[in-house]
Write a protein that binds this ligand. Structure first.
Ligand SMILES: [Zn+2]
Length: 98
């Protein structure tokens, strides 16, 4: 019997998947000392894994959402530089041939 914590019913829904309270219980528990049943279910349930990766609702407000990464501007700049160098080389070769 678990000595403390909310009732086991609140941690999982009818399907046996973790509820937000279940995810919160897992998040609060020390590593390796979490509810074994919940951890085992998450390990074998892709649905709960996706939900956990997506972030437990309200469990960790401190976790920032995925920040916007810089647009791949450097790729465009690099391509422009390469194109310029190729054009320059073509010009030089053409000038030599003429
Ligand atoms: Zn599940």
């Amino acid at each position: 019997m678990s000595p403390s914590g909310p009732s086991q019913r609140a941690l999982v829904d009818r399907r046996g998947c973790l509820t937000p309270a279940g995810f919160e219980a897992l998040a609060r528990a020390p590593v390796g000392r979490g509810p074994a049943e919940l951890a085992a279910h998450v390990a074998s349930c892709p649905r709960c894994q996706e939900r956990m990766l997506a972030g437990p609702a309200g469990a960790r407000p401190s976790s920032t959402p995925a920040r916007r990464r810089k647009p791949r501007l450097w790729i465009g700049v690099g391509l422009a530089v390469v194109a310029f160098v190729l054009a320059l080389a073509a010009l030089i070769l053409t000038a030599r041939l003429l």
